[in-house]
Design a protein around this ligand. Structure first.
Ligand SMILES: [Zn+2]
Length: 391
């Protein structure tokens, strides 16, 4: 079987690279993925997928096979900005290929995963590996600002109930078994405006916040002193409101990025936030991220996303390890991602056994000179095919 997968990959790899370059050349910023989604939709049809739809939010879902066991693959196709374009060695939307490396924004995060998955679906079908299986390839939109939310909508909107899921985020060809959770909180203080020349007649909302800021720092010290996998908290933005530069601010807000260790739930962090504001009149709430899809639909993410993990001895991880050995000729290195992924939907919300692997080194994600080895894309594609064969 492995020889057949390698032979078919050899036959398809030039087309796959061409497709990769075209996809990278599209500036598919979050909420602006229309051209990328349409390119993928057309490619899936050209490759003979059994069904291809663009969902109401603009994500593409392709299916091959119609057996009972559902397997879901997902990679996102939105990319972060490339504001330092002139500093890149190859333009961020060049899709240049040189010395076996493809350059551009999204080559790591995560267009190469999407490309490898699209071709993996094609190869599974061509090699008749879909007996009793139904494989969905989702190339979802808006992941960068809405972790998991759009994959959630792909799943619920298409009534998917997968037995297994695979997330394509860069793993430097290691096998990912989960990541920490992420929550965003806003804390607000209120003051009383006064003329800047007579501050003692008002109440400064920023001064009230100052005490809370020191408490946030202390909370992080407490979290980081814990044993094993730990949560963290960082103040990532502060805002204040004042009538003018000669007025005492009557409102202040801080935004907290709270990373969640496995098992840290909403109730636990709520108690922590209550303690943080204790003795003050400050208010806290979970932050709602808001945006609009390229299809014009509003998207809201209530940002409390628990951590998840896959167990090494469960069937999916075991199949992944076997497939990896077959394709790569060695055991995979197992690890957990540092960052958040769409795994929040399948693994976090719906408890679908989920693992991750994607081409490219994650150190290049969101960085200038983002680039990926072409060989990684081919190996990831073959790994996805091998994984389905092993399930
Ligand atoms: Zn990213």
């Amino acid at each position: 079987m492995i020889q057949e997968i390698k032979r078919e990959m050899e036959a398809a790899k030039a087309d796959m690279l061409e497709f990769e370059r075209k996809l990278v050349q599209i500036e598919s910023y979050t909420g602006k993925e229309e051209a990328a989604s349409k390119l993928i939709c057309a490619k899936m049809k050209e490759l003979g997928y059994d069904e291809v739809v663009i969902d109401p939010y603009g994500s593409v879902l392709g299916r091959v096979g119609d057996g009972d066991t559902e397997i879901l693959f997902d990679a996102h196709i939105d990319v972060v900005a490339a504001e330092d374009a002139e500093e890149w060695e190859h333009g961020p939307f060049s899709g240049d290929v040189e010395d076996g490396i493809v350059w551009g924004r999204g080559t790591v995060d995560t267009k190469s995963s999407a490309v490898a998955m699209v071709y993996a679906g094609y190869l599974m079908k061509k090699l008749n590996l879909l007996e009793g299986k139904k494989v969905y390839i989702s190339t979802s939109v808006m992941e960068e600002d809405f972790d998991g939310e759009l994959l959630d909508r792909v799943m619920t909107g298409n009534n998917l109930h997968p037995s297994f899921a695979v997330i394509g985020e860069p793993s430097n060809m290691k096998l990912a078994l989960g990541h920490r959770g992420r929550a965003m909180y806003v804390i607000r203080t209120k003051g009383i405006s006064a003329h800047g020349s007579a501050p003692e007649t008002g109440e400064n909302a920023v001064y009230k916040m100052a005490e809370l800021i020191t408490r946030v720092d202390k909370l992080n010290q407490k979290l980081s002193a814990q044993e094993g996998e730990k949560g963290s908290v960082a103040l990532t933005r502060i805002e204040s409101r004042s009538a003018s530069l000669n007025a005492v601010p009557d409102g202040c807000a801080i935004y907290l990025d709270r990373r969640l260790a496995l098992g840290e739930d909403e109730a636990k962090v709520a108690a922590e936030m209550d303690e943080l504001v204790a003795g003050t009149d400050a208010q806290w709430e979970i932050y709602d991220a808001k945006g609009t899809s390229w299809t014009g639909k509003p998207v809201v993410l209530r940002t409390f996303l628990p951590a998840w993990e896959a167990k090494k001895d469960e069937p999916l991880a075991q199949a992944g390890i076997r497939a990896y050995r077959e394709i790569m000729g060695r055991d995979p290195e197992l690890f957990k991602w540092d960052f958040a992924t769409n795994g929040f939907a399948c693994a976090g919300r719906y408890h679908v056994p989920t693992i991750g692997l994607g081409p490219g080194d994650y150190v290049f994600a969101h960085q200038k000179n983002e680039r990926c080895k072409v060989e990684d894309i081919e190996n990831a594609c073959m790994f996805y095919v091998g994984l389905v064969a092993n399930l």
